[in-house]
Write a protein that binds this ligand. Sequence first.
Ligand SMILES: [Zn+2]
Ligand SMILES: [Zn+2]
Length: 384
Amino acid sequence: MPFQARNTYQAVVRLPIKPPPLTSPFIAAVVMAELVVAVPPLLRADQAEQRYNEAVQAAVEKCAADTAGQTCFICMDGAAAEGLVRGCACRGGAGFAHVSCMARQAEVVVERGAGGLGFERWGTCGLCEQKYHGVVACALGWACWNQYVGRAEMDMTRIKAMNQLGNGLSEVEHYEDALIAGEAELAMYRRLDAPVEQMLVAQNNLAITYACLGRPEQALRVSQEVYFGRLKLFGEENRETLVAAMNYAYYLIKLNRSEEAKALLRKTMPVARRVLGESDTMLRMRGCFADALLNDPGATLDDLREAVTTLEEVERIARQVLGGSHPDTKGIENKLQNARAALRASALSSKATEDTCSRLKEEIAQLKAENAELRERRTRRRLG
Ligand SMILES: [Zn+2]
Ligand SMILES: [Zn+2]
């Protein structure tokens, strides 16, 4: 998986976005007709309610074992027909709710918050402040889309809802659908001439979706655009740029372009160390660099040694920061074991090559000596 999680909508400075100029009723009619034709079935307004209901049902069924006998923390009702869900970091008896209650709560927060503030409530639990995941995120994505789909296309809240839906669909691994939502979101930004940083966020999500769909070439192309876009916009000493570089390198490795990945990371890592210090991102970047070294079919003994040293350091920090039982730490340990095995194998084969070489040299020297002796004997015979 790429390292950066999908981004939810990020607030940008240049708002509101200006609508495209509609200079005549004729053009307006053409544009309207295009818009009507362009809506993919998944995003049609008349489908939203039904898809929302299906997503709620799926979430309630998936959560049924946990929610038995609980009550909704919002409406305090445990007997309502809808059924409860929970999909955040809340523990014990906390955090159980109806999707419709969570949706109403988010809707109110958005209404109260001026300038689009509060929208994150659609994706984040108000009790534990952690993101919703899995089926609950998906149900809330549909709830959000169902809530705002009727608004004008230019309405930023509607576009944010599209983003929310895309995140929810990814959460349940409906990547084909997430791609439809993500592409529609990006197309909307392009049509509205949205700020570049907003488009880059949407493109980054698209790259992740492409990768999840097993389309690494497209993931690479989009992640390259994101990297160079951020480099131009924010410069190289910026966290967003550094993360984009790492993602770009990740897709290069996936496509067996390790040389380019190594070059990019060798250039980026010192900057990252200076700008971010010993951070989670730095840890991931080093892991990525080790991958680039290990995945190169032409890796030298020195490359493999460097990979092992890098991973040993990463593992040590991961143990301190994340703990030994964290899945990331476990993953790094596995990778380190593989790297050590590759290094041993390579060292053995180069030792074997060395042994063969010195044996051959000895044999050649012996043959030469024998030849010289024969020549000498022949000469002596001729003279004698
Ligand atoms: Zn409720
Ligand atoms: Zn929670």
